[in-house]
Design a protein around this ligand. Structure first.
Ligand code: URA
Length: 240
C-alpha cells in the first residue's frame, strides 16, 4: 500500500501538490472507490485517474538519447550530466544509469531504480549486446571484421569476439560495431588498434532496446511494457 499523493507524483511525473489537487477534484479512484484524502494509502495496481489506469510499475525504466558533451555521472559543478537531461519529478525515484557512455558519445543510456536488474545487466557474466555506430577517421583494413570476430588484444587483455561491419565507405567511413562487454573506451581503443580512430560514436542498441541511427537530442522516455519484459527476460540475465 502506498500514499496516493506520493504514488501519483512518481507515476505521473507531477508534483505532490498537483497530485493532491487531483484527489480534491474527485478525479482519483482506488479499486473503484473515490479517494478523498491525499494521505490515504491505496493499492497502487488499483488506481485510476479520471477512469484510466495509471499503469503502475514497481520500477521506473528510462531510455535517454544522451547528447554529446554530457557526463554519465552524478551532479557535476561544471559539466552538464545525464541527470540534467531528466525531468526532476522522475529523478525522485532514484534512477541510476546502467553503465556509462563517454562524454562525447551520444545515444542509448538506460536508467532505472531497479538496482538488482542493473547489477545483473552490468555483470561481466551477462554479456548484454551493445550496438554502436562509429564514424572513423580513415578506412579500416579489410581484415578488421575477422580481427574483431577473433577477439582483438588490447593493452588490458583480449576482447570477447565482437561484430564489425562497414555501413558507408569514403573518407570518413561509418561502421557498426557489436560488443558483449563494456570496458573503458572499448570501441575507441579497438578502432585505434586497427589504425582507424573514431571521430564520433553513437550507441544504438543495448540488449533488446534500440534507438534510431540519428540522434534525437536529450530525448528521454519511459520504456514500454514490452521493452521492460524483454529486458527482464533476457536469457543471459535470468541465468545469473
Ligand atoms: N566505447 C567507447 O569507446 N566509448 C563509449 O562511450 C562506449 C563504448
Amino acid at each position: 500500500m502506498e500514499r496516493i499523493d506520493k504514488l501519483l507524483a512518481l507515476q505521473l511525473s507531477i508534483s505532490r501538490k498537483e497530485a493532491a489537487a487531483l484527489v480534491r477534484q474527485g478525479a482519483v479512484t482506488a479499486g473503484g472507490r473515490q479517494v478523498k484524502n491525499a494521505a490515504e494509502k491505496v493499492d497502487p495496481a488499483a488506481v485510476c485517474v479520471r477512469g484510466a489506469s495509471i499503469h503502475y510499475t514497481p520500477f521506473l525504466y528510462l531510455l535517454l538519447d544522451k547528447p554529446a558533451g554530457v557526463l554519465t555521472a552524478a551532479r557535476d559543478k561544471r559539466a552538464k550530466t545525464v541527470f540534467d537531461c531528466i525531468d526532476p519529478h522522475l529523478l525522485r525515484r532514484g534512477v541510476q544509469p546502467v553503465g556509462r557512455l563517454d562524454k562525447d558519445t551520444t545515444g542509448l543510456l538506460l536508467l532505472t531504480d531497479n538496482g538488482a536488474l542493473a547489477h545483473r545487466l552490468l555483470s561481466p557474466k551477462c554479456h548484454v549486446e551493445k550496438r554502436y555506430l562509429a564514424r572513423l577517421a580513415s578506412m579500416p583494413p579489410a581484415d578488421t571484421p575477422a580481427r574483431f570476430a577473433k577477439g582483438l588484444v588490447l593493452d588490458d587483455g583480449p576482447c570477447l569476439p565482437a561484430g564489425f561491419s562497414l555501413r558507408e565507405t569514403g573518407e570518413h567511413p561509418l561502421c557498426e560495431i557489436t560488443l558483449h562487454e563494456g570496458r573503458f573506451h572499448q570501441v575507441k581503443r579497438m578502432c585505434a588498434a586497427v589504425g582507424a580512430p573514431v571521430l564520433s560514436l553513437r550507441r544504438v542498441g543495448f540488449g533488446p532496446l534500440s534507438l534510431p541511427d540519428l540522434p534525437s537530442p536529450a530525448a528521454c522516455r519511459r520504456l514500454s511494457s514490452e521493452e521492460i519484459s524483454a529486458l527482464e527476460n533476457l536469457e543471459s540475465v535470468r541465468k545469473i
